[in-house]
Design a protein around this ligand. Structure first.
Ligand SMILES: [Zn+2]
Length: 55
């Protein structure tokens, strides 16, 4: 698998790759496939919502 594909952030809920890159350092995005709102930790890993205090 190409390295650029591996660096794409996957949706926490459906597992689909988003258009966002881990290097973008975004903290949240809405999945285009399932419309779930993803929250990311500081290294770009999808995690549970901030409301749960897990991020
Ligand atoms: Zn999704």
């Amino acid at each position: 698998m190409p390295a650029w594909l591996q660096s794409k952030i996957k949706c926490f809920y459906c597992g689909r790759a988003s258009k966002y890159n881990k290097n973008d350092q975004i903290r949240s995005f809405q999945c285009a496939s399932c419309e779930g709102t993803n929250y990311l930790d500081k290294v770009g890993t999808p995690c549970m919502t901030m409301k749960l205090g897990i991020c």
